[in-house]
Design a protein around this ligand. Sequence first.
Ligand code: MEV
Length: 328
Amino acid sequence: MEITASAPGKAILFGEHAVVYGKPAIAVAVDRKAYVTLKKREDKRVHVKINDLNLSGFLDLEKSEVKVENLNKKPEKKGILNYILSAVLKVQKGALQGMDIEIDLEIPIGAGLGSSAAITVATIAAVSKFNRMELSKDEIAEHAHNVELEVQGAASHIDTTLSTYGGMIYLSKNAEDIKPIKISGNLPLVVGYTEERGNTGELVESVKLKKETYPEAVNPILNAIESVTDDAVDALLEKDEKRIGELMNINHGLLDALGVNTGDLSRMAYTARRAGALGSKITGAGGGGSIIAYCPGKVEEVIKSIKKMDKAFNAALSVDGVKVKVKK
Ligand code: MEV
């Protein structure tokens, strides 16, 4: 028997950083997934292999430890194994049956696109099925959020919610209240990214310091991001393309003012606009990582232009969340 679970990554469309101060945000699940495939092993060990990273190891469930076998050129990426260990432990019941877990990724790791949540959600779905547990989506999301809390220390519900349910969400004050935004048709989005990685914790801290040092300048910026986000909900529901794009551009400028932009992110954002995107902005924490561009009728052109110097992919909205397939 082979079980494969898939779960999408995410991108923040509006409101990052301001959301830390109780402002709203809008985020979408993107049609780029993490795939977790499980097979039974003859012994009682749990082996994990992440194909794209050339990273593998054994999970010792009794000691709650990861034993990395081979460290690739990017040792910082081995942290992802802690999410997988914690996810397996959440749904391990009864006598241990050994398993081989293989992971394939369509989402770059550490680019602010929710790769760890997608892997966590898909692992919980696959392992619970393997252990003959029938979990609801609510239960999967709850376990996945707890995994993020355990591994990261702090986490919002954005990533795990989108990887579980798919779609687009609006997070109102303090990110506890999450509402779906239902739009008809697709959202023509493109993500651009570089190998440069921002450190979310440090970036959030740098904004906090700016807010403390220049409250009269920074508080209005956070209020402006809030207005942009609330206006964007109507623009998205009305499919007002021009307004969606303009609001993204304003949001990009406000993030720049908060100090989380970089030369690479600016280059990609402006390349996208020159190639016909109606709007483009940093997505996620910034300081490296990714941009998102809104490109009605211009998706291919924008991807091609960004790819001249950086990486890019079509980030169509994923209506689907986590899915499980069983092959006998
Ligand atoms: C990071 O993806 C989004 C931030 O707003 C931080 C957070 O909400 O935890 C920068």
